[in-house]
Design a protein around this ligand. Sequence first.
Ligand SMILES: Nc1nc2c(c(=O)[nH]1)N[C@H]1C(S)=C(S)[C@@H](COP(=O)(O)OP(=O)(O)OC[C@H]3O[C@@H](n4cnc5c(=O)[nH]c(N)nc54)[C@H](O)[C@@H]3O)O[C@H]1N2
Ligand SMILES: Nc1nc2c(c(=O)[nH]1)N[C@H]1C(S)=C(S)[C@@H](COP(=O)(O)OP(=O)(O)OC[C@H]3O[C@@H](n4cnc5c(=O)[nH]c(N)nc54)[C@H](O)[C@@H]3O)O[C@H]1N2
Ligand code: SF4
Ligand SMILES: [Mo]
Length: 753
Amino acid sequence: MADETLHYRSCPLCEATCGLELTVREGTVVRIRGDRDNSFSKGFICPKGSALHRLHADPDRLRMPVVRRGDDLATATWEEVSWDEAWIVVEEGLRGVIDAHGRDAVAVYLGNPSVHSLGPVIFNGPLVKALGTKNVFSASTVDQMPKHVSSGYLFGNPLLMPVPDLDRTDYLFMLGANPYESNGSLCTAPDFPGRMEAIRERGGRIVTVDPRNTKTAQNSDEWIAIRPGTDAHLLVAILHVLFAEDLVHTGRVVALTSGMQEVIEAVEPFSPEIVAPITGIDADTIRRIARELAAAPTAAVYGRIGTHTVAFGTLASWAVDVLNIVTGNLDSPGGAMFPLPAHDSGRGKGKGRGFVTGRRHSRVRNHPEIRGEFPVATMAEEILTPGEGQVRALVTVAGNPAVSTPHAGRLDAALGELEFMVCVDPYRNETTRHANVILPPPSALERSDYHMAFFSLAVRNFAEWSGPLFETDSPQEHEILGRLALIATGPEAGSDPAVLDAMMLDGALQAAIGAADSPIADRTVEELRAIVTADPDRSTVDHLVDVMMRTGAYGDWFGAVPDGISLDTLRDSPHGIDLGALTPRLPAALRTQSGTIELANPAIIGDFERLLASLSGPLADPDALVLIGRRHLRSNNSWMHNIDVLAKGKFRCTLQLHPDDAARLGLVEGSDAEVTSSVGTLVAPVEITDQITKGVVSLPHGWGHDRPGSASAIASLRPGVNSNLLTDPEMIDPLSGNAVLNGIPVEVRPVTV
Ligand SMILES: Nc1nc2c(c(=O)[nH]1)N[C@H]1C(S)=C(S)[C@@H](COP(=O)(O)OP(=O)(O)OC[C@H]3O[C@@H](n4cnc5c(=O)[nH]c(N)nc54)[C@H](O)[C@@H]3O)O[C@H]1N2
Ligand SMILES: Nc1nc2c(c(=O)[nH]1)N[C@H]1C(S)=C(S)[C@@H](COP(=O)(O)OP(=O)(O)OC[C@H]3O[C@@H](n4cnc5c(=O)[nH]c(N)nc54)[C@H](O)[C@@H]3O)O[C@H]1N2
Ligand code: SF4
Ligand SMILES: [Mo]
């Protein structure tokens, strides 16, 4: 139609970063399809991506800041205010707490969508720095922190994470991931299902380890049912077999390692027979998998949520990489490889400062800092425990910890005790209803994006920049965060966010000019700044992306590299730029002090004692009933249940259990079950299915939208229950501080009326 225009952008909703084609008519998006010309996603889309415009149009999405009037959340009113008024409230509240109680009295929580949007990706750092608090929390400790820690120890860089080379592998061994629903995580691969099908079509093999026979498992060659929380045991036993049967590869990457002998000794006690009872996997299967991995021309071991959000998350994550190393598959095509995204220069000496933790400790539990943060499982106790250093104010950015973190009921109560809370969030939900003021960022259609985090984890080197479709009068999210940072810094910082912007840009340019062997060593900051800021339509984050593109591995270095890229190249490539298949990056990418892959960090080797002890601990109790989570394609953690087209259909917040368990417990389909853990109780409708292992029950997270003061009209119609009322904040993986969200001991009984 003549009055229709097409706009292309990448989807920010999950890690797959699919290219979208938006059809715009009279200023409204009328249709979203997969962009068939996108060089990475090739037209793939899921139901969430095609609802992106519905999020933009959702009447419950906040367009202006709101201030809460009244302390009782059930009767409080919310007043829409101007940005100027909102900033006054923030300044009084935040400065009030900092001036009276010091900086540690303000905590900050950074949630998942802040990794999916360029503003927070770039400006959360300066905000945290400006707050100057040790009480930093994020969704990372209910998610992937174990992977950061194992990468930190092995490679010296917690952000250097190997991804399975899906498009070239002959054998995918996948644990605790369900990409048919999640579309992949720590592995950016639009159309993950299609890529799995391609593995099998070219004669490869996929083995999936999961307590549930998920859609992913059903589309694999083999499903191995495992007892929740025991992936580390399984992986270590596979290593045991490889060593015992002398199947260890001796190649380029093995030659880069140190500490192999300690690993051999550490895994020695864990024979397949020893771990068979705890994992529920027979010894022959474990031996066979070890031999298959060793024999496959190429193989990739890949573990996700089910291996990370468990008591031995770091050990499991480490063992995944060590398996890739000793089978000769790390940093090798078809194995597990390190992407080289466009924003990374890829330069390095193959050595660095290494990875340390514990530079600070939390006040109440004395937990060591890891990557500058404390476990979110400790956040409530920091608010509720009186004394010097008690947390009295909270800043959240893109997070819903009252739903997504352990013992959510206690955290919810703790949020009510705060003296001040400010949330950067587009919704008034279970968490932000506690805020004094909510500052809404523009919608995804009103901002530019470059998925820094996910292009660093992609199965192909790929770059794409999306410009805003709609203009907005509201501040961009990076401006909101910049302003918060200025307020936190104090009056001496002034009130002009442009000062912070200029500092960031000049800092980035200075770093590029001063880098070793810099092709632009003779240029000046002033000259380059003028080039980058020439386009008046671009914002600070765009300028910073431009600098990254120009001075990255594929960059034009401001003209010094003739065919190199810049932000202009990305702007002129609405379907993205394919930068090729992954290529080996070791040893240059290593940042350990020794310049080797350090297999045997004392923290890792020390944890084997706990692993051994677990063989006779609660994990090994074959009669225990344990709770795990699950995800659904049409849902996204806690915040997309308010979109009608996604929320409708069969109710998804059900307690799945095996028919034998149902019979034993006296539960029938559709009846209500009461589920009780060490910290809480909830009631959920029963769904009986033989696709789940006996002794395991499953409830999805992200529900419980019936809290007074929330404003999500659609979600509250079918609120569901919050599974994190059951998860125990004392249960963490000590190496990473990550919460245990899978394998929670529970009792289940019928609700009697
Ligand atoms: N549609 C949709 N997509 C999403 C999200 C969403 O909420 N909805 N969330 C996004 C986010 S934030 C993330 S982190 C990713 C996560 O992406 P995935 O890791 O793929 O997440 P899940 O779908 O939860 O898959 C985890 C699997 O682990 C299994 N499991 C549970 N316990 C164990 C165990 O002890 N061992 C093993 N081997 N398996 C176990 C579960 O049964 C489940 O099938 O998904 C992202 N994508
Ligand atoms: N039991 C159990 N619990 C889990 C998990 C599990 O598997 N089981 N998974 C865990 C995982 S992997 C994760 S990542 C966490 C997620 O935990 P959180 O990040 O705390 O929660 P989300 O549900 O992702 O909530 C995101 C919030 O960001 C807001 N938001 C959306 N877009 C934007 C934006 O562009 N800017 C800003 N400022 N805000 C935005 C939403 O309105 C919402 O309030 O949950 C964890 N919790
Ligand atoms: S798979 Fe993820 S990135 Fe792709 S359309 Fe769906 S939500 Fe968006
Ligand atoms: Mo996540």
